[in-house]
Design a protein around this ligand. Structure first.
Ligand code: HEC
Ligand code: HEC
Ligand code: HEC
Ligand code: HEC
Length: 135
């Protein structure tokens, strides 16, 4: 009897931890993208990016994250860890690359949303004010 009670309690606790864990993740999911620290101009508001919603929609990590070698995406997905500065878009996209940081974000975000729109699939915003929301 006693032992069974403890087991029930343990399972309840484990479930509670699992649930609060996922709630926390869902909250952290909304990333604020703000390139004003790396590029001086600040013409538009920061962008709220629902990172997890994109993964839920079935997109591969490599649809957005990349390390190119001879034109191939050779990214090691174990590098995709919170706080790793090397996976930041700004790590590579500066004035030196064909796409600067703003172009990199725009081409990737809007490019894909337009593609999905053309394929008549559920998609994301394509107009300035939908991403750069005025306060
Ligand atoms: C799908 C979302 C999306 C759309 C649509 C979009 N942007 Fe952006 N834009 C971003 C992201 C993400 C960044 C990089 C983060 C940041 O700096 O805010 C960015 C950065 C910028 C920047 C550089 C940062 C700054 O404030 O100086 C400007 C300027 C800008 N966008 C203007 C526009 C204009 C004008 C349009 C419409 C033609 C537009 N954006 C449409 C997502 C979007
Ligand atoms: C739709 C595009 C997209 C997809 C799909 C995607 N990511 Fe991201 N991810 C981003 C963008 C954009 C950033 C912000 C990069 C920056 O700040 O420069 C980011 C940031 C991150 C970060 C850094 C978080 C931090 O605060 O340090 C991690 C970790 C990460 N992604 C992991 C993943 C993993 C793992 C997957 C696949 C399961 C994935 N991402 C799928 C676009 C995407
Ligand atoms: C390790 C360096 C590196 C990182 C980190 C990186 N890129 Fe790139 N990216 C490149 C290189 C190199 C190319 C190919 C050369 C070029 O087109 O300028 C490229 C190409 C692109 C392209 C052109 C289309 C394509 O995929 O080939 C887009 C859009 C892009 N990057 C957006 C992003 C975004 C958004 C992020 C952050 C989520 C990011 N990049 C992170 C190096 C990087
Ligand atoms: C590879 C394709 C792809 C890329 C890259 C991508 N998105 Fe999306 N986005 C989608 C799809 C698909 C959806 C619809 C997801 C769903 O089914 O809920 C979406 C949805 C969204 C939504 C939510 C719309 C809503 O009303 O629920 C926002 C906001 C958004 N994207 C912003 C961005 C920003 C900002 C970027 C760039 C940092 C980006 N996306 C890059 C495919 C993409």
């Amino acid at each position: 009897m006693k032992c069974k009670c403890i087991r029930v309690l343990m399972i309840t606790l484990a479930t509670m931890i699992a649930l609060t864990g996922s709630v926390l993740m869902a909250q952290q999911d909304k990333m604020i993208l703000d390139s004003s620290k790396v590029s001086k101009k600040k013409g538009r508001s920061v962008v709220t990016f629902p990172h997890y919603q994109h993964i839920e929609a079935g997109l591969d990590c490599k649809a957005c994250h990349h390390v190119y070698q001879n034109g191939k995406n050779v990214l090691d997905e174990s590098q995709l860890e919170e706080g790793n500065p090397d996976i930041r878009c700004s790590k590579c996209h500066s004035a030196k690359l064909r796409l600067n940081l703003q172009q990199a974000f725009h081409d990737q975000c809007i490019g894909c949303h337009v593609r999905y729109q053309k394929e008549k699939k559920k998609t994301g915003p394509r107009y300035c004010g939908e991403c750069h929301i005025r306060k």
